[in-house]
Design a protein around this ligand. Structure first.
Ligand SMILES: Nc1ncnc2c1ncn2[C@@H]1O[C@H](COP(=O)(O)OP(=O)(O)O)[C@@H](O)[C@H]1O
Ligand SMILES: CCCC(=O)OP(=O)(O)O
Length: 351
């Protein structure tokens, strides 16, 4: 039975899990508060902090032998869906953040570091750079800045397959909208098993616990030239210090809901605005599918919240039935990707 260690760095957490085949042996979700992460100016600066937390977990549990290590893949060059072996070219691009900064850039780097220590191979599966766009979706209005496919591809694909299975259908014959609501937010129209568009979870669409989402461009350009920010600081403000963090100084939706229950009207306004923006983007993606939407699926950590999913549903249920698949299937999806390679059902792709 193959023993596989899966590592999933998200913007607000690092999830770790050990599997034997498809059986979960043990898992841990290490939440990272805003306070904990704010001292790191760039994502790559968090490498040792997250690596050491994982090493400590391995030591505490006396886990010392693995057949492979798999990490969530990052903002690499646009690529096909699949399982990739971590190689030098990938390490280089993850370190520089070839398509930008995000915690998932650390997945392949940490996986390789641990794999080298144990003399096994490291992989990534369905990274956030998976690109299945139709050409029309790439056009932005400025040729120098095409729209890009950056999204929670791993969970979106895994959940879409689960929905199809639960409905007794094939994804090839369905149109879905999957909204992954986590530290970042991806709203994805799926046409016959292809993710043909997305808001870009790092830079566009609704604001999220940590991200500003799309902003009025004129004012953003003015801010960029105000002399107050260098590039790295402004990028961090957009991707790590936007959304709930900017308005409410927390990336934890549970904390926001506590404040709302205690009567905080400002927290309520901001949280409702996030639901409103999510719903608006789902409406836009329904248009991409020309209204032919079989189901709308809400997933990711925020989908645990009945408050939020009810608010979103108020706006969108006229489009189609809303299904809630809270949390994510990312850890098992990572492991299954590697098992397909180790069992010789697929060949690992080369980056
Ligand atoms: N039960 C819950 N109710 C409301 N929000 C939740 C719940 N569980 C997690 N969250 C929120 O979900 C967000 C993190 O989602 P997750 O998908 O784990 O993100 P990531 O993988 O990007 O770190 C956080 O804002 C967290 O507070
Ligand atoms: C590139 C976007 C992926 C993303 O937003 O993931 P998190 O929700 O884990 O930050």
């Amino acid at each position: 039975m193959f023993r596989i260690l899966a590592i999933n760095p998200g913007s607000t957490s690092t999830k770790i899990a050990l599997y034997e085949g498809k059986e979960l042996i043990k898992s841990e979700n290490l939440s990272h508060s805003r306070e904990e992460l704010k001292k790191y100016n760039k994502i790559i600066d968090q490498l040792d902090f997250r690596y050491e937390a994982i090493e400590k977990w391995l030591e505490e549990n006396s886990f010392t032998s693995f057949h492979a290590i798999v990490g969530r893949g990052g903002l690499l060059r646009p690529m096909e869906s699949g399982t990739y072996e971590v190689n030098d070219e990938m390490i280089k691009d993850l370190k520089i953040g070839v398509q930008g900064e995000h915690a998932s850039n650390l997945g392949g780097l940490i996986a390789k570091k641990i794999a080298d220590r144990f003399g096994v191979k490291a992989y990534i599966v369905d990274p956030v750079a998976v690109d299945e766009f139709e050409d029309i979706a790439r056009i932005s209005g400025m040729p120098e800045i095409p729209r890009r496919s950056l999204l929670h591809a791993l969970n979106v694909k895994a959940v879409a397959h689960r929905v199809a299975k639960d409905l007794g259908k094939s994804l090839e014959e369905m149109n879905l909208i999957v909204a992954h609501l986590g530290g970042g937010i991806s709203i994805v129209p799926i046409k016959k098993n292809k993710m043909v568009d997305v808001n870009n979870a790092n830079e566009m669409g609704p604001f999220s616990p940590e991200r500003t989402g799309g902003l009025p461009v004129g004012d953003l350009v003015k801010l960029a030239f105000s002399g107050k920010y260098d590039l790295a600081t402004l990028k961090k403000k957009l991707t790590g210090e936007g959304g709930l963090v900017a308005y409410l100084n927390t990336n934890d939706a549970r904390e926001v809901e506590r404040r709302i229950k205690e009567g905080d009207k400002y927290a309520e306004l901001i949280y409702n605005a996030m639901a409103y923006q999510i719903a608006k983007e789902i409406g836009a993606m329904a248009t991409v599918l020309k209204g032919q939407v079989e189901k709308i699926v809400l997933t990711g950590g925020l989908s645990h919240s009945k408050y939020l999913t009810d608010k979103i549903s108020e706006y969108i249920s006229f489009i189609g039935e809303v299904l809630i698949y809270p949390g994510e299937d990312e850890m098992i999806a990572l492991v299954e990707g590697v098992l397909r390679v180790l069992n010789n059902e697929e060949k690992a792709k080369i980056y």
